[in-house]
Design a protein around this ligand. Structure first.
Ligand SMILES: NC(=O)c1ccc[n+]([C@@H]2O[C@H](COP(=O)([O-])OP(=O)(O)OC[C@H]3O[C@@H](n4cnc5c(N)ncnc54)[C@H](O)[C@@H]3O)[C@@H](O)[C@H]2O)c1
Length: 287
């Protein structure tokens, strides 16, 4: 059977990269992880192995699927060599424009002209990333969510020059790896971050104004609107510093007051209250 994108290269074997490689290999694709750090490659394979074991223990993954998946995963520290036969290249290196430019230029010169080049960026413009290649019509955003093997959404982001045929292929790919795709035009924050951050910033302003406690605002959204988790608890889990950086970016790009960083958020970040990772945020995680 021919699959959309049989040979997938995932660059960056971190939080996102290992999960992207896993879901590709689980659906019969050859998936090669590329990283500059051999230890990250070894850790990524171990994490995929552990995810699959957990799946088998829970009866969600067949032992044959686990074995076949592990057999389809490969690793490489040589980016250009890894891309030589690629159908799809997904970059998942840290959110740094200069780094992504270097990676995309190498991929563009090494991968076949037919290959699609995707970025897992959470905030950068796909049109801007496409301009680093000679094939912007084959560059697209594939925004996966963490943990990749569990989260059902795949946000497909189309740049100004992305070809419709490439978008269709990516939709088919998303469905084949068990994700529900949405297609979003290249706009700051795409669909997910823009709406998620808007709700979170309003919730923070409500705490600031003393409208209700963080706990009660979260309960309002969890029980009244069926959010799986309230916006303030989610902000504690993601990290207040991370969400401050995103809202500053959206405020710069979109200019609306919705994204103006609330004083309370800035004060908490300055005080080192970053949420769960620091023990304090809108909630006390130490007790
Ligand atoms: N973590 C999340 O929840 C999340 C969710 C959606 C999107 N993203 C996006 O995904 C991308 C990756 O994020 P992450 O959290 O997986 O990062 P991470 O730091 O966990 O992993 C990045 C990996 O890239 C590797 N790397 C760095 N430079 C490299 C190079 N020159 N060549 C090859 N590998 C290199 C690092 O060694 C590391 O293993 C970012 O663009 C981020 O914005 C992250």
């Amino acid at each position: 059977m021919t699959r959309v994108f049989q040979n997938v290269i995932v660059i960056g074997a971190g939080t996102m990269g290992h999960g992207i490689a896993q879901v590709c290999a689980m659906t019969g694709r050859s998936a090669t992880l590329v990283d500059i750090d051999p230890q990250r490659l070894a850790d990524a394979l171990a994490k995929v192995g552990a995810n699959l074991e957990k799946g088998v223990a829970r009866g969600k993954v067949l032992p044959e699927t686990r074995d076949r998946t592990l057999g389809l995963l490969g690793t490489n520290t040589d980016l250009a060599a890894a891309c030589a036969d690629a159908d799809l290249v997904v970059e998942a290196v840290p959110e740094n424009m200069d780094l992504k430019e270097t990676i995309l230029r190498t991929v563009d010169s090494a991968a076949p002209a037919t290959a699609v080049i995707a970025s897992n960026t959470s905030s950068m413009s796909i049109t801007a990333l496409g301009a680093f290649t000679s094939r912007p019509e084959r560059v697209i955003g594939l925004h996966f969510f963490n943990p990749v093997h569990i989260m059902a959404l795949l946000e497909i982001v189309t740049g100004e020059l992305t070809d419709h045929e490439v978008t269709s292929q990516c939709r088919a790919f998303a469905e084949d790896i068990g994700k529900t795709p949405i297609v979003v035009r290249d706009a700051p924050g795409f669909a997910t971050s823009r709406l998620g951050i808007a709700v979170a910033m309003e919730a923070i302003r409500m705490v600031q104004e003393g409208v209700a406690s963080a706990q009660d605002i979260d309960t309002a959204m969890e029980l009244g609107y069926r959010f799986p988790m309230g916006p303030l608890k989610l902000t504690d889990l993601v990290g207040l510093d991370v969400r401050l950086a995103i809202t500053e970016h959206l405020h710069r790009e979109l200019g609306t007051d919705t994204f103006r960083p609330p004083q309370l958020l800035k004060r908490l970040v300055r005080a080192g209250k970053l949420g769960k990772k620091s023990g304090q945020g809108f909630y006390d995680w130490e007790s």
